[in-house]
Ligand binder design. Structure first.
Ligand code: NAP
Length: 264
């Protein structure tokens, strides 16, 4: 499907990758329902969307709340004229020892990063299925594919997302609903500046994998959906390391051990 002049819902649209997605969709003349928990930031993004030629509706919800997401989906479908594309992008970071993570942090990360994706898809599925051709896009992470110290909880939430989407994609094959996701390496957003600083990432990743812009991630995800979905690791250097780890896990783990691979 070509993504242009369609109704789209984007979670985590107030900043970072979600904002970049909203602005790219605006350039494509889409009607965009912008979802997050912060009305002021969303209103600023909505103004930029309108300035670029798109239409915007601001909707407040915590993606971890299934009932709030049902209401958001209902409102989004009526305010942007049906939902042809839904993008589950909202997420939170966490970096810390994987054997003793604070229980509240584990619950927070899983409820936003994994349950938030499931809640978003469950709430919007009836609207997507009502369209002849529609798409679900998700922002996962390279963390799902390559281990690093301090990453267990976050990586676990993102690996769960990838496994869930692989099953969903199989189930929806032939239904007209495309399922696609990206696994980006480090992206220049508040999440790595304020949350998990880039210095905490594996030295190999820091040296060999360039930091992506949010705009690059946004454009890639839309291209993945337009080309039939599935998962894509970006940038290519990260895809190379993920493939190396998958094929030579013992050697890769030794290299990750020797080179540090993050810190807690
Ligand atoms: N930055 C990276 O290096 C990187 C790499 C790979 C993957 N990712 C993934 O990319 C996605 C976007 O992250 P980002 O880097 O753009 O981070 P960001 O700049 O911190 O933006 C996160 C967005 O998610 C929203 N959000 C967080 N918790 C939410 C909740 N409970 N309900 C609704 N919205 C919520 C935030 O809005 P409010 O807080 O206002 O609600 C914000 O709009 C995440 O899934 C992240 O895991 C990031």
């Amino acid at each position: 499907m070509r993504i242009g002049s369609v109704g789209v819902l984007v979670t985590g649209a107030s900043r970072g990758i979600g904002k970049a997605l909203a602005l790219e969709l605006a350039v494509r003349r889409c009607q965009v329902a912008l979802v997050s928990r912060n009305v002021d930031e969303l209103e600023l993004v909505a103004r930029e969307v309108r300035d670029l030629g798109g239409q915007a509706a601001v909707l407040l919800a915590d993606v971890a709340d299934p009932e709030a997401m049902e209401e958001v989906a209902r409102q989004a479908a009526s305010r942007v004229g049906g939902l042809q594309v839904v993008i589950a992008n909202a997420g939170v970071g966490f970096h810390g020892e994987s054997d003793v993570p604070p229980a509240a942090e584990v619950a927070r990360v899983l409820s936003v990063n994994f349950l938030g994706v499931v809640n978003t898809i469950r709430a919007t599925a009836p609207y997507l299925r009502a369209e002849g051709s529609s798409a679900i896009g998700v922002v996962s992470s390279l963390s799902a594919l390559i281990p690093y110290r301090g990453g267990g909880v976050y990586a676990g939430s993102k690996a769960a997302v990838c496994a869930y989407l692989s099953c969903l994609r199989l189930e929806l094959r032939g239904s007209g609903v495309t399922v696609g996701w990206v696994c980006p390496g480090p992206v220049a957003t508040g999440m790595i500046v304020d949350g998990v600083p880039h210095q905490k990432l594996p030295p190999l990743a820091r040296l060999a994998v360039p930091i992506l812009t949010p705009e690059k991630v946004a454009k890639t995800l839309l291209r993945v959906l337009e080309r039939g979905g599935g998962g894509k690791v970006i940038p290519w250097q990260a895809a190379f390391f993920a493939s190396f780890y998958r094929h030579f896990p013992r050697l890769a783990e030794t290299l990750l051990h020797i080179t540090g691979a993050g810190s807690t």
